[in-house]
Design a protein around this ligand. Structure first.
Ligand code: SF4
Ligand code: SF4
Length: 172
């Protein structure tokens, strides 16, 4: 972490072990490019029944009755190694902003007390505006899929392909 204060240094990555990690297709694309790993190795579609979610990010399927959310293989996250994020700097924007929410509020339910206090002083690593723009672009991709949903096995490639296409047209 670039900041001289790293509140997470005295925590055992509780958040990376406790949350189901959701992501946008742009997050997945960044990790593909940074690691050269195929998305099937680390990305997955989580059944959304037990998760708190934004309804505009849920995916319908032609062959399933559940709705799904794009994310990383988690619990703990597939990129957690020795209690450290192995893709630091390329992690989903929601991870890099955590424990702050889009509205700027601190949601530090898994953070020990001292890191919570440190986050209050330090603030988030990335701006909510950056995350919000990307989220809005991702919601358009989700909407496109949901107009005519395909099979679960086709969804990941569709989302990543559309993210690549959107980004090739310029900044989102
Ligand atoms: S991507 Fe990194 S920061 Fe995000 S949950 Fe996984 S290990 Fe933690
Ligand atoms: S964000 Fe909070 S829970 Fe996650 S590693 Fe840092 S201190 Fe721990």
């Amino acid at each position: 972490m670039a900041s001289p204060i790293n509140p997470c240094s005295i925590c055992d990555a509780n958040c990376c072990k406790s949350y189901i990690i959701t992501a946008t297709a742009f997050d997945i694309l960044r990790v593909i490019e940074a690691t050269q790993r195929p998305p099937s190795e680390f990305a997955t579609l989580h059944q959304a029944r037990l998760l708190a979610f934004d309804p505009d990010t849920t995916l319908d399927m032609e062959d399933e009755s559940w709705i799904y959310l794009l994310g990383f293989k988690s619990h703990p996250c597939v990129f957690l190694e020795k209690n450290q994020c192995s893709i630091h700097g390329h992690a989903p924007l929601s991870c890099r902003r955590y424990p702050f929410q889009l509205d700027g509020k601190l949601n530090a339910r898994f953070c020990p007390l001292l890191p919570q206090l440190a986050f209050r002083l330090k603030g988030a690593d990335i701006s909510a505006a950056l995350m919000k723009d990307e989220l809005e672009a991702y919601k358009k991709i989700v909407k496109e899929w949901n107009v005519r949903p395909g099979k679960l096995s086709e969804c990941l490639d569709f989302l990543v392909g559309k993210a690549r296409e959107a980004r090739s047209k310029g900044p989102i």
